[in-house]
Every structure is written in structure tokens, then in C-alpha cells.
Design a binder for this molecule. Structure first.
Ligand code: UDP
Length: 249
């Protein structure tokens, strides 16, 4: 039996069984094979789940921030998996076959770039630096290149060209957006997937997946507060929700 609810011109399908549980989200099937429900949790992990904790209210905040940013990107012709917000912690998204590459893009040196190259944290990069990381918990998401992607059969050259272009475009759009909120977008991670042969931006865009530094003070307003035990983690997430909401209202 299926119950279809008509709401704001989008047919909201019925939530079905859980198909996946990740570190920060759960996925549920729906009675529409093209759509799934993404549910955001408060669980936080770092260093490939060696560090675990809870950030109270994070799931609600990441769901809301991601929804607003996906809508902003859609308006600028970036195709995403976002369909609509369903509740505080749930969004309806298009089902994707995930491309197993984490796309990292950096504007200012921090984290992994500082560790692998020695470029000091806070150095402004001449051009955005794009990295591919193989999405594999067992291998600890290693840094890979296009040759590795081809050998592993992760994606075609054509698909990767398109994904690179979309990642660079998202970076330009988000950098400009966050600058209006007096935030420097240091770096972030995106994931893409295939939906009926088309590449869409998937996953989430939130303080879990981006580094945000307040302009002027350098105050970190992202998951680094959890990773590095900087305190007031919840406050940082709330501040980012406030800034994003203000700039979009
Ligand atoms: N990132 C992420 N998930 C990961 C690894 C990184 O969302 O599994 C994000 C991270 O929040 C940061 C960017 O990608 O904004 C670059 O992370 P980096 O490679 O510097 O790794 P880290 O220092 O977090 O280990």
C-alpha cells in the first residue's frame, strides 16, 4: 500500500526501510524508486571514526544549511539531488549511484593540505586546489589521481571533467555567498552521483564538510572545533545557521 501526499507541487512519498547508515546520516527508501530520504544525525566522527561524539542539534542544523545551499546552487544552474525539506532532520533527495571520489577543493591552506605539503595553515592559495580522495573507509580515503580513478573504474574521464567543472563552479558561488556573511570559505568536500545518467551534486554541504573562518577574527565555525577540542562546537554550528539564514532571507 502506498500513500502519496501532494504538497507544494512535489509528491512526497512514504518513508520506507533504512537502506544505509553512515557516520552522520541515514538513508531510507521511499515508495518512489527514484527518491530517498536523507536523515541527519547528531553523531560526530573524526579521524576516520577514531574519534566519536555528539554535537547536540547538529543534524537539524546541517539539514537546514544543506537545503538552503542546495537551493542557492540550483538557482545558479548547478544540478543537485535536493528535492525538498521534509522535517527538521529529513530531506527528500534523488537517488544517486555515488561516484566513489570525495572532491576536496581548497582556497586557503589547512588540514590535509598543510599535513601533506607543509604549506602553513592560513596561506592564501594562488588558485583553488582540487583533490580527489578515494571514498574508502578501509583505505582511509587516500589521495588519488585521474590514473587511479581510471584503473579503479570509478568514473570516466568525461564524467570527471564535468565533476571538476561543477566543483569549481560551486566553489566560486559559495565563496561569494559566504563572503557576504563575513565568512572565509577555506575548503570543503563534495560528493557527486549519477541519476538516470546525469551527474548531480549529492550528500551535504555543512559545517561538517566545510571549513569556515570568521573574517577579521579567524574564529573557526566548523567541525574543526570538534576535531581539535576547541570548545563551543554547538555555538559554531548555530552561528553558521544564523549567518546562512540571514543572507538568504
Ligand atoms: N572533509 C569531509 N569529509 C572527509 C574529509 C574531509 O567533509 O571525510 C572536508 C573537511 O571538513 C574539510 C575538507 O573536506 O573542509 C578538507 O579536509 P582535509 O582533506 O583537510 O582533511 P582533514 O584535515 O579534515 O582530515
Amino acid at each position: 500500500m502506498t500513500t502519496m501526499v501532494q504538497e507544494k507541487n512535489v509528491t512526497v512519498p512514504k518513508k520506507g526501510k533504512q537502506i544505509y547508515e553512515g557516520k552522520a546520516k541515514k538513508l531510507f527508501e521511499t515508495d518512489n524508486p527514484d527518491l530517498v530520504i536523507q536523515e541527519f544525525k547528531d553523531d560526530a566522527t573524526a579521524f576516520n571514526a577514531k574519534k566519536r561524539g555528539t554535537i547536540v542539534g547538529k543534524g537539524v542544523i546541517n539539514n537546514k544549511i544543506s537545503a538552503m545551499l542546495f537551493q542557492l546552487l540550483e538557482k545558479e544552474s548547478v544540478p543537485t539531488h535536493f528535492v525538498k525539506l521534509l522535517s527538521d532532520r529529513e530531506m527528500l533527495v534523488k537517488r544517486l549511484e555515488i561516484v566513489k571520489v570525495e572532491m576536496t577543493i581548497r582556497n586557503i591552506a589547512a588540514g590535509g593540505l598543510t599535513r601533506t605539503t607543509g604549506i602553513p595553515e592560513g596561506t592564501k592559495l594562488k588558485k583553488p586546489v582540487l583533490e580527489y580522495h578515494y571514498k574508502s573507509d578501509e583505505l582511509d580515503d587516500p589521495l588519488i589521481n585521474m590514473d587511479h580513478i581510471r584503473e579503479l573504474g570509478i568514473a570516466t574521464e568525461e564524467e570527471m571533467k564535468q565533476i571538476d567543472k561543477m566543483t569549481l563552479k560551486v566553489n566560486e558561488l559559495l565563496k561569494a555567498f559566504f563572503a557576504k556573511a563575513k565568512i572565509d570559505l577555506i575548503d570543503f568536500k563534495l560528493e557527486f552521483g549519477r541519476h538516470h545518467g546525469k551527474i548531480l551534486l549529492g550528500d551535504e554541504i555543512s559545517p561538517d564538510t566545510c571549513r569556515f573562518w570568521e573574517q577579521g577574527t579567524g574564529r573557526k565555525l566548523d567541525k574543526d572545533r570538534f576535531r581539535r577540542d576547541l570548545g563551543d562546537v554547538e555555538g559554531a554550528y548555530e552561528e553558521m545557521l544564523k549567518r546562512v539564514s540571514e543572507k538568504l532571507s
